[in-house]
Design a protein around this ligand. Structure first.
Ligand SMILES: [Zn+2]
Length: 228
């Protein structure tokens, strides 16, 4: 996904030189604001000094904005006491979701985009889904509140970042092979054999007009010896 950048005011995070190996966790938050945008937040953290808080990313249903570089330390899970034994600002990336609409309802589009971003970060830094946490899991803070109140929402998020990437729809399924030259290699012997046997005649004008899914069925049956 496209990520735009507007770096936070230097007073809002700690410059560091983290390597990929230093990043062991991704922590999910919500901004708690209604109807805010990723860009609004990035702008705010860029122009306002001394906030003593920050996050690496802000995500809404349209885009993601990077506010603190990954190599630097954002102040997103600091606390006096922790629930989690090892996840801290120094070894994590913080992702803030602009999660509520103006009426205070969950914006699923923002959550979906956050899941995409988190997947990319997991791949980039070798973080498994067991190391993707809510702020709540790290310090006990009620954040992201909708995902604390409704554990199913969090479970769905974890599932979205865990399951294999959805396979793009197979355009091949709708391909029509008009002639033997169009038929893919894996099916060519089968089709030639069926034509030779007279089982496959096409439309009589040398046009086979075989649909891909039908071709797959023919090949499976042919390999099984059904046309011998
Ligand atoms: Zn938080």
């Amino acid at each position: 996904m496209t990520i735009q950048t507007k770096t936070a005011h230097a007073s809002n995070y700690k410059a560091a030189s983290r390597s990929a190996a230093d990043i062991g966790f991704i922590v999910v938050h919500y901004t708690g604001n209604r109807g805010d945008t990723a860009k609004n937040n990035a702008d705010y953290f860029a122009r306002t000094a001394g906030l003593e808080a920050s996050a690496h990313y802000f995500v809404d249903e349209h885009e993601a904005w990077q506010s603190v570089p990954d190599k630097d330390v954002a102040w997103h899970v600091g606390a006096r006491s922790y629930v989690h034994k090892t996840c801290r600002n120094a070894n994590s990336i913080g992702v803030e979701i602009c999660m509520l609409d103006k009426a205070g309802r969950v914006r699923q589009g923002s959550i979906d985009n956050a899941a995409k971003l988190v997947r990319e970060l997991m791949a980039k830094y070798g973080v498994d889904s067991g190391h993707v946490l809510r702020h709540y899991d790290v310090t006990g803070k009620d954040c992201p509140a909708p995902m604390v109140a409704d554990p199913k929402l969090w479970a769905a998020f974890k599932q979205a970042v865990t399951k294999p990437e959805k396979i793009e729809e197979d355009d091949d399924m709708y391909t029509v092979y008009k002639t033997i030259q169009d038929v893919p290699d894996w099916a060519r012997d089968c089709v030639n054999d069926l034509i030779a046997k007279g089982y496959l005649k096409g439309d009589g004008d040398g046009q086979l007009d075989l649909e891909h899914y039908m071709l797959r069925g023919l090949v499976i049956n042919w390999r099984a010896g059904l046309y011998k």
